[in-house]
Design a protein around this ligand. Structure first.
Ligand SMILES: Nc1ncnc2c1ncn2[C@@H]1O[C@H](COP(=O)(O)OP(=O)(O)O)[C@@H](O)[C@H]1O
Ligand SMILES: [Mg+2]
Length: 277
C-alpha cells in the first residue's frame, strides 16, 4: 500500500522498513537492465507513538518498585495495537506514561515526533487534549452531568467550537446510546457508561485513542460493542488505537499484539496467559 509520494515515487510501508519504490528500469545502452530500489530505514520518521527504552520506578518510602524496565516499541498512524499481559506487568503504568499523565524515570516517549517530557506542563496538557482520547476501565464520568453533558464537556475542555452535530449523532448511534443521552451516569448500566466514555473520547476526533482495560468491567455483549467501536474508530475515522487489556480474547481486536510481563515486552510464549490461551 502506498502511503504517500516522494516526487513521483510511491513510498511503501513494509514493517520496519520504508521503501521508496524506484520501480523504474535502469537502462543500459538504451535497453532495460535492472530495477533500482532504494530502501531507507524508517526509524521514527512515520511513527505516531515512539517509546524508547522507557523505565518507571515508583518509590514507596525507601522501597523502589520497578514497573517498567526498558520498554521500546513504535506504533504507526492508523494501527490498532493491543498490549496484553497479566496483572502487575506494567500496562497501566505504560498507559500513564504514554498519555503524559506521569513521567518516565528514564527513556523517551515521542507522540507525533514531540517528546512529552521536554514540553512544559501547559504544552503537554495542550497536546494531550488535542491529540489523545482516553478510555479508562472505570469510565470516569462526571456524576452530575447527563450522558450528553459528559460527551460535550470533552469538546469544551479541548477548546473546540461546539460539538460537530453530525459526528455526535453518528458516534452515539454507533454506540447505541442515542436514546440514553438525558440520563446521568448513575441511571446508566456499566456498559452504557463505558459507551458514553468512549463517545467522549472520540468526539474530539483525536489522532490517538488510548484505552486501559476498556472492557475490564463489562459483560460480553458490552465488550463486543466497545471493541467494535474501537475497530470502527480505527477503520472509519482513521484513528490510531492503543488498547491495554489483560484479556487475550479482547486483545485479538487489534492488528498487532504486544505482550508484557514484569515491566518488559516479551515474546508471546513468555506471556503466561497467552500460553494458556
Ligand atoms: N502508584 C503506584 N505506586 C507504587 N507502585 C505502583 C503504583 N502503580 C503501580 N505500581 C506497581 O507497579 C507495577 C505495575 O503496575 P501496573 O502498571 O498497574 O500493572 P498492570 O496495569 O499491568 O496491572 C506493580 O508492581 C504495581 O504494584
Ligand atoms: Mg492496569
Amino acid at each position: 500500500m502506498s502511503l504517500f509520494n516522494f516526487g513521483n515515487y510511491p513510498i511503501t510501508n513494509f514493517g520496519n522498513l520504508l521503501c521508496v519504490a524506484f520501480c523504474r528500469a535502469v537502462s543500459h545502452a538504451g535497453r532495460p537492465s535492472g530495477v533500482l530500489c532504494l530502501v531507507i530505514s524508517k526509524g521514527s520518521v512515520s511513527a505516531i507513538i515512539q517509546v524508547e527504552n522507557v523505565t518507571k520506578v515508583y518509590q514507596i518510602g525507601k522501597v523502589d518498585v520497578p514497573a517498567l524496565c526498558g520498554v521500546s516499541f513504535s506504533v504507526e498512524p492508523r494501527e490498532f495495537v493491543s498490549i496484553v499481559g497479566p496483572s502487575g506487568s506494567g500496562k497501566s503504568t505504560l498507559f500513564y506514561v504514554l498519555g503524559g499523565l506521569t513521567r518516565a524515570t528514564s527513556g523517551r516517549v515521542l507522540i507525533d515526533g514531540a517528546d512529552f517530557a521536554a514540553l512544559s506542563d501547559a504544552k503537554r496538557t495542550e497536546m494531550r487534549k488535542r491529540k489523545i482520547g482516553f478510555v479508562f476501565q472505570k469510565f470516569n464520568l462526571l456524576p452530575t452531568l447527563s450522558a450528553q453533558g459528559n460527551i460535550e464537556i470533552a469538546r469544551e475542555i479541548a477548546g473546540g467550537n461546539g460539538v460537530d452535530k453530525d459526528l455526535f449523532a453518528e458516534v452515539t448511534q454507533m454506540l447505541g446510546i442515542a436514546g440514553r443521552l438525558e440520563h446521568r451516569p448513575s441511571e446508566l448500566s456499566g456498559g452504557e457508561q463505558q459507551r458514553v466514555a468512549l463517545a467522549r473520547a472520540l468526539i474530539n476526533q483525536p489522532a490517538i485513542v488510548l484505552a486501559d482495560e476498556p472492557t475490564g468491567n463489562l459483560d460480553s455483549r458490552n465488550s463486543e460493542i466497545v471493541l467494535k467501536m474501537l475497530r470502527d474508530a480505527n477503520q472509519k475515522f482513521g484513528q490510531t488505537i492503543l488498547m491495554i487489556t489483560h484479556n487475550p480474547q479482547a486483545a485479538q481486536a487489534g492488528d498487532r499484539i504486544i505482550h508484557m510481563r514484569d515491566g518488559q515486552i516479551v515474546a508471546p510464549e513468555l506471556d503466561p496467559q497467552w500460553a494458556i490461551h
